[in-house]
Design a protein around this ligand. Structure first.
Ligand SMILES: [Zn+2]
Length: 178
């Protein structure tokens, strides 16, 4: 049996015209191979998503049907994760620089303690923040996601800058007030 282009459509999950969609459904009715392929891909998608989510929102699995909108939402979530990882990276670099400065101005024990305190605080806050945003994100209809994502991203950048600034100031005051 000829599985193309059906197989390709299933694997790539590209948007289909109504005609193509009808063609796909017709083929799935008669072709066990492609039906299995589609089912296993859905399972992989679901696994990937569950692995990404620390705590799946209620009704999440029911809502997860492999519609195009949902695929888009999944992609957005991956971008969101990437964004958080970059923030974490930026925070690490900042603390690295800060650590170096403190190292030149205070004793080694003090340096280690201060760095551990700050790094732990940042990691915990980032984790909580990500969980919160991911949950909010998952409860929104997909068409809202992109707009919200842009607004949230801008807000988060601002928030992170303020926050790094505040931590920076706190640490430096700690050094100078001795
Ligand atoms: Zn087939």
């Amino acid at each position: 049996m000829e599985h193309q282009p059906i197989e390709k459509w299933i694997i790539e999950g590209t948007p289909l015209t109504p005609e193509q969609q009808a063609q796909l459904e017709e083929h799935l009715r008669i072709c066990k191979h492609c039906r299995e392929l589609q089912r296993s891909l859905l399972e992989v998608d679901e696994l990937l998503m569950q692995a990404e989510m620390l705590s799946p929102a209620e009704g999440f699995t029911q809502r997860f049907q492999a519609t195009l909108a949902e695929r888009k939402a999944l992609k957005n979530r991956r971008q969101l994760r990437k964004f958080f990882l970059s923030l974490l990276g930026a925070a690490m670099v900042t603390f690295g620089a800060m650590g170096l400065y403190i190292a030149m101005t205070s004793s080694p024990v003090e340096v280690v303690t201060r760095l551990l305190e700050n790094s732990t605080r940042v990691l915990i806050n980032l984790d909580q923040l990500e969980r919160f945003v991911t949950t909010v994100f998952n409860t929104l209809p997909p068409y809202l996601s992109v707009g919200i994502w842009v607004v949230a991203a801008s807000g988060l950048v601002l928030f992170t800058l303020l926050w790094i600034g505040a931590l920076w100031r706190t640490s430096f005051q700690g050094v100078f007030n001795k």
